[in-house]
Design a protein around this ligand. Structure first.
Ligand code: ZN
Length: 85
């Protein structure tokens, strides 16, 4: 099933406190907004910052899937290429 919904983290644009996570339709996803949000930390209305939740997660996973640094292995007498015999 295609993913039609994305999770958006709303946070305070001033102190960065995460206020809530909302799920929105991808079509309606707007990361830039002029809205303000009540920040419990600042005790004030603050500019709302939105970001896609899980984006960092996926980046981390991606990085973890990268091959680890492999020590250089000297070539054996067989060439490792795929040259046709
Ligand atoms: Zn705040």
């Amino acid at each position: 099933m295609p993913i039609n919904e994305v999770k958006i983290v709303r946070s305070c644009g001033t102190c960065g406190t995460e206020i809530e996570t909302v799920t929105v339709k991808k079509d309606n996803m707007m990361l830039s907004t002029k809205e303000t949000v009540w920040c419990p930390e600042c005790q004030a209305d603050r500019p709302e910052v939105r970001d896609v939740a899980g984006r960092l997660d996926s980046i981390e996973k991606e990085q973890q899937s990268y091959p680890k640094a492999v020590p250089a292995v000297p070539f054996s007498d067989r060439s490792s290429g795929s040259s046709r015999g």
